[in-house]
Design a protein around this ligand. Structure first.
Ligand code: ADP
Length: 500
């Protein structure tokens, strides 16, 4: 049976109800109830109170029935099994409302074999233990525990209505116990979700039932096998632990793999969308300029500026294709490096000189270093690509102009490169993510500047492969400084420096 209540179906509403502290304050009457809590309380309170009453009544009946050692041991074993199963739910892709826990199997089995007086505490304590261990909010623990306790009472009562212990009767008892547990469980879940989201509970219920009917069938069948085997020999039933554990482990692995595949798929779609968008803009400019150049009789000045557009936009296209190729090679492990002693100041000079002619008039770029810095152990081409990317970003993200400084300085056995701009900067929360593949800031924050989100990812990967690291310090509206370090060639193992 599907145990949606304990994992996610009720989680969103209950998470929104408020935190543990808020509930404590509510109970103490010190704070006023939030609107959401007030809306849910008429449902949460009776379920929680009903659950507590059911557990107390079950424990009392159990105690006065003077249970023998076997029953007490069985209750303890099922409680342990339910808690473990609850702690390791089985994620099912088709069950959008959450994971499915095999705890339900143990609760139904207990209900059939030992009645509601054992099943209710097994369900309630198993659920409460796991929810408390996960440090869930108190209000959620009580609601979920209440739901389980009431569902177990229903299962035990339904099973007791079927008399006899032959195979057919055990099967009938398991079936009705499973259905009763499921009916109470899913109805209360749908009720709280509906109340919280504003969606009619009946609609939520219909959706949940259609998503969970198959897992319900599987759970009832597994419970029946357990009931029959336990009825013959509890020790033999222990042998079921292995197959059940492997089903859970296998299903969890499959689900993780599935989630990863879906993420890759999503990233591919996003990548295609971003790259096609980024390709279209320069292509449109080149196309427009070519048409004008072909058709019209133009003044030399206009003609030159159109040719410049063609040149700049083609260069942009080439850079984009290079980025895509680099990212794809990094992904497939096909990007090889030729690490050798490299004159860092020469590379930086070349990068700065190549970018100067393309700078907007409000921007200035300077190369700053005291004494010529030591050679670095790097792949010259990759180092150049990293620096070009950082300087071009500094240009792109400085729409109001300003000064860009490329600095080089020795730092212990490394050489530190930094590119500082006075551009738009970025919020601190984003700074750790911008080196991830495809990660771009909100268009409002980047003021609509285009890009693929690949450049910094490539920089980080290249630098890591060359034994370096990269980081950023930035303040929104003030500017950013991207810094990276690479090992000095004279201290890197196996490097011989031949300075000219
Ligand atoms: P993109 O092609 O989007 O520029 P990058 O990987 O180079 O991809 O950069 C990732 C994101 O980091 C950018 O989209 C931008 O939001 C932010 N970013 C990079 N450099 C700067 C900078 N100098 N100033 C402000 N934000 C920057």
């Amino acid at each position: 049976m599907t145990q949606i209540d304990s994992h996610s179906a009720t989680n969103p509403p209950l998470r929104r109800i408020g935190l543990r502290g808020r509930l404590a304050a509510t109970v103490a009457g010190r704070r006023r109830l939030s609107g959401e809590t007030r809306r849910l309380l008429p449902l949460v309170a009776p379920v929680a109170l009903g659950g507590i009453a059911a557990v107390v009544a079950a424990l009392w009946s159990f105690a006065v029935s003077s249970p023998d050692g076997h029953t007490i041991a069985a209750a303890a074993a099922f409680l342990l099994a339910a808690a473990i199963a609850e702690g390791f739910p089985v994620p099912l892709d088709s069950v959008a409302v959450g994971g499915t826990s095999l705890a339900t199997v143990f609760i139904i089995t207990t209900a059939v074999l030992y009645g509601w007086t054992v099943a209710t505490p097994v369900a309630a304590f198993g659920m409460a233990a796991v929810e408390l261990a996960r440090r869930r909010e108190l209000i959620r623990v009580t609601y979920n525990t209440g739901v389980y306790a009431l569902a177990a009472v229903a299962a035990g009562t339904a099973a007791a209505a079927v008399h006899g212990s032959n195979l057919g009767q055990l099967a009938a008892a398991t079936l009705v116990a499973g259905l009763a547990f499921y009916a109470v469980n899913i109805t209360l879940v749908a009720a709280v979700v509906g109340r919280s989201s504003g969606e009619p509970s009946r609609t939520v219920l219909r959706r949940y039932v259609s998503q969970t009917l198959v897992p319900l069938g599987v759970m009832v069948c597994v419970a029946l096998v357990l009931v029959v085997v336990w009825d013959r020999s509890p020790l033999a039933a222990v042998a079921l632990a292995g197959p059940l554990a492997s089903i859970v482990i296998y299903e969890r692995r499959m689900y993780e793999a599935f989630v990863r595949l879906r993420e890759v798929d999503r990233m591919k779609d996003e990548f295609i969308a971003i790259v096609s968008h980024e390709l279209r803009t320069p292509l449109a400019s080149v196309y427009g300029a070519a048409i004008t150049l072909q058709r019209d009789v133009l003044e030399p000045k206009t003609r030159n500026s159109l040719l410049e557009v063609v040149y700049n936009e083609s260069a942009r296209l080439a850079r984009l294709v290079d980025q895509v190729l680099s990212a794809s090679r990094l992904e497939s492990g096909g990007s090889s490096l030729a690490v050798e002693p490299v004159d860092a100041s020469r590379v930086a000079r070349e990068v700065v000189e190549s970018i100067r002619p393309r700078l907007p008039s409000a921007l200035h770029v300077d190369l700053v270093h005291a004494a010529p810095p030591p050679f670095v152990a790097a792949d010259a081409e990759k180092l150049k690509q990293v620096l070009v990317n950082l300087v071009e970003n500094a240009v792109k993200y400085s729409p109001e102009g300003g000064r860009i400084q490329v600095r080089l300085a020795p730092a212990a056995d490394q050489v530190r490169f930094s590119v500082q701009d006075e551009g738009i900067g970025m919020p601190s929360g984003e700074q750790e993510h911008i080196f991830e593949k495809f990660h771009r800031l909100d268009p409002n924050l980047t003021r609509g500047v285009g890009g693929t989100g690949l450049g910094l990812y490539i920089c980080r990967e290249f630098l890591q492969r060359m034994g370096g690291r990269i980081w950023v310090e930035s303040e929104l509206g003030i500017g950013s400084t991207f810094s990276f370090e690479l090992p000095r060639a004279d201290t890197a193992p196996g490097m011989h420096v031949n300075a000219e």
